[in-house]
Design a protein around this ligand. Structure first.
Ligand SMILES: NC(=O)NCCC(=O)O
Ligand SMILES: [Zn+2]
Ligand SMILES: [Zn+2]
Length: 471
């Protein structure tokens, strides 16, 4: 099958230019001016559109048990919504359980995704403990199974939280194996103390979720993770950075030459702590960990994206219905399942709030929403770029189209939108995944299960010089 995309403006992380794009089968075959139409099966008119590489969301939780329930969106609804939103690859977190083989968890995650995923996907592997069995399993997981990133939680005491020894050993092992260690950086012990105190004082409303997870707890844990990564001379990626205190730690470590990267998410750029103070129990819709921060932190995050102190945008998609799931915590904020629905809106929100409002440039947008994650997580140059030989994961994006975000129109299964009523500028019109049109003129035309599992390269294996050069 040959497809020709005509009349669009191609935008990559480094260039913006007008050209046609010829796709043969699953890959980009040619880029040039007025490419021949002979033998082409389909011509796609991209007039007025940017032609972006498909978005890469390096942070999702689909079909995940958490907080006494399971996320509302699974690999089918979540990835269809992602496709509507311009994302063609996700990397989901595979949760492991202590004293059980890592492979049990990996197999379970493969079962969740296979036959359901509408776009390509990979897995990060949670490390909750280090022992002989774990150390024996890890090499093949990285080299044979293509899972080249590990996740360590520094928070969620008694649930996922690992101690510093586990983090340090994971960093050391990751250095040896060529894996990237990701951390949820909050001081779980301090948060545990503060939440118990709040409950003792009868403070049960959603806002206390934020008040018991202060910026200092995130800044401290971020700094600790950075120090431990430096000591291990390993590589570190800090997920969902929310505040100036954490940004500062990452920026400082990077200045010292550490191999450290930081991600933020649209919710922290757009929403703030006041959402948790909404009347009644409404604030539960906005319960994330780390929590939404006071408004001034948004400026710090935008600045960090602009200056390169943070380099990627994940969604941290982790959706729970307001009715029947979030309300587990109606009398106790600690029982509100943490997380929200973002996967569909990540791309458009960053464009609308970032590019359309002049906070970031068009090429920076592509880097943040796609290219950088492809490089860090061993997918580049197959994913994350528009180049001959790359997978034809393409988004035709209409920068003039405006729409209002709403649960009434989104494609997730969850019963609310965290951005209800928000107007965004720019919208993905048509989306291709490995050469096949899966969203045509804002209608999903793909088949769940077409998404493939991606075995990823080791950290820096393909693009070491590039990564070092861009640090
Ligand atoms: N972020 C959040 O509140 N939920 C998802 C799990 C995590 O990333 O910590
Ligand atoms: Zn987290
Ligand atoms: Zn997460």
């Amino acid at each position: 099958m040959k497809r020709l995309i005509q009349n669009g403006t191609i935008v990559t992380a480094s260039d913006t230019y007008k050209a046609d794009l010829l796709i043969e089968g699953e890959t980009i075959a040619q880029i040039g001016q007025q490419l021949a139409v002979q033998g082409v099966d389909e011509i796609i008119d991209a007039s007025g559109c940017f032609v972006f590489p498909g978005g890469i969301d390096p942070h999702t939780h689909l079909d995940m048990p958490f907080g006494g329930t399971v996320t509302k969106d699974d690999f089918e609804t979540g990835t269809i919504a992602a496709a509507y939103g311009g994302t063609t690859t996700i990397i989901d977190f595979c949760l492991t359980e202590k004293e059980k083989p890592l492979h049990t968890a990996i197999e379970a995650w493969h079962k969740k995704a296979a036959g359901k995923a509408a776009i390509d996907y990979g897995f990060h592997l949670m490390i909750g403990e280090i022992n002989e069995a774990v150390l024996n399993e890890l090499p093949a997981i990285v080299s044979t199974e293509g899972i080249s990133s590990f996740k360590v939680f520094m928070a969620y005491k008694h649930v996922f939280q690992a101690d510093d020894a586990t983090l340090f050993e994971t960093l050391t092992k990751a250095k040896e194996l060529g894996a990237l260690v990701m951390v949820h950086a909050e001081n779980g012990d301090v948060i545990d103390y503060l939440t118990k105190q709040a409950l003792k004082e009868g403070k049960t409303a959603p806002i206390y979720h934020a008040l018991t997870r202060p910026v200092e707890a995130e800044g401290e844990a971020t700094g600790r993770a950075c120090q431990l990564a430096s000591l291990a001379q390993s590589q570190l990626y800090v997920v969902h950075v929310t505040c100036q205190e954490a940004v500062q730690q990452i920026a400082e470590a990077r200045k010292q030459g550490a191999d450290i990267w930081g991600e933020t998410c649209p919710q922290y750029l757009v929403l703030d702590e006041s959402m948790l103070r909404k009347p009644g129990f409404e604030g539960a819709k906005y319960v994330w960990s780390p929590p939404l921060r006071e408004k001034q932190h948004q400026d710090a995050l935008w600045k960090a994206l602009k200056t390169g102190a943070l380099q990627t945008i994940g969604s941290d998609q982790c959706s729970f219905d307001f009715a029947g799931q979030k309300d587990l915590g109606i009398n106790d904020f600690t029982k509100i399942p943490n997380g929200g629905p973002i996967i569909e809106d990540r791309f458009s929100l960053l464009y609308s709030e970032g590019v359309a409002k002049g906070r970031i440039g068009l090429n920076e947008f592509v880097d943040l929403v796609s290219t950088r994650a492809a490089k860090l997580f061993g997918l580049y140059p197959k994913k994350g770029c528009i180049a001959v030989g790359a997978d034809a994961d393409i988004v035709l994006f209409d920068p003039q189209a405006e729409r209002v975000l709403s649960a009434r129109t989104h494609h997730l299964a969850v019963d609310y939108s965290a951005f209800e009523g928000m107007r965004v500028k720019g919208t993905p019109r048509t989306v291709l995944s490995r050469g096949k049109v899966i969203v045509r003129d804002q209608t999903y035309v793909g088949t769940p299960g077409e998404g493939a599992f991606l075995k990823r390269a080791r950290y820096g294996e393909l693009w070491t010089n590039d990564l070092v050069g861009q640090r």
